[in-house]
Design a protein around this ligand. Sequence first.
Ligand code: UTP
Length: 404
Amino acid sequence: MKELNSLLSEKGQTHILQGFDSLPAERQSEFIAEIENIDWDVLALWKHPEDLSGKGRVEPIEGLSLQQIEERKGEYFAIGAEAIMAGKVACVLLAGGQGTRLGSDAPKGAYNIGLTHPLFIFEMQIRNLLAACEAAGAPVPLFIMTSDKNDAETRAFLKEHAYFGYPESHIRFFRQEMAPSVDFTGKLFLEDRGKLSLSPNGNGGWYSSLKRSGADLDFPAIEWYNVYGVDNVLQKSADPIFIGAVIASGMNSGAKVVRKTEPHEKVGVLCLENGQPSVIEYYELTEEMAAMKGNDGNLAYSFGVILNYLLSAKKLAEIAKERIPVHVVKKKIPHIDAQGAYIKPEKENGYKFETLILDMIRLMDSCLPFEVVREREFAPIKNKEGIDSVETARILLQKNGVDL
Ligand code: UTP
């Protein structure tokens, strides 16, 4: 205990011991274990959250345009479908996020977007996946990443809805890791006395968490992981044409991309950085780069990523030990105050520490940008209202003939 006290006082975090002495012995040891787990180097990053750690030489990347895909569609489909039939492709649905912007405490996938009847985000995801599997001729293993915050609820919800028709034999859940959060002065937040406020550590840890769970061992033929976010209700996962195109390219990964609508659109862009594929954020593009045109008259940096990647299992195993950068993200973080009262903030009040899957792309060495039609494949639900919201997604779903 003495050591713990001096560690916390060295780190300026003794406030988290509030009420510690009155906790039952079991809670005390759980709390000590939580504290021992803290990566203090990561926590220290709160001091320079806007540090973009310097970009290398950035250049546009070549990708497959809609027209090029259309020309070889049949060939790509055959390659992709064959890989699916051979059990070489698995899906990873990233559903560990907290969806704080949407403002619902339930798992985001359990959000009902229907108007005249219930239609859940998970339901749309599985409906689209089933369509791809039916076209290819076999179901793919579906790994669903959850976090401590929503694991039980996610499992119960999907079970209650009979997995929306997906074969249970092909579904596995795994949990991601959690990380502490701090206020704007770097002080750790408590969720309760003797309990750190922990939140999911970002979607960049999906591979290590999947491996730790061992869930992949049930499907030894996997060569490709199609990894995607839960919140795009037009997401086309296990798309045989995309899979076939990436396999045919001989590259280690592929990313579905949409053309940017205007130079300053707030979307991460796939490009080359020091010759490696890389996703850079919209605010990292200079004015000149954002507006630059390529030979085809399109914006040179126009491939916006939509969080749908295909990654080689072999390459992932090779890079498993590499560290990816930790992002310091402003969020609304519920916590207890010095008096022990529970606070659910209305505004962002601190930082979380997250790794992001987009930072894995650079480590993959090669990545094929694969253009898709935005109106058919991109309807993200991030916010309750306004941009990328339930409203905008509903309009896009209706345009695609989905009965709401
Ligand atoms: P977002 O970056 O939109 O984060 O996640 P979020 O947590 O869902 O939402 P906000 O920012 O709190 O409003 C993009 C995708 O990555 C998953 C999400 O579930 C979503 O599919 N994700 C995010 C995880 O699986 N784990 C995480 O720790 C973070």
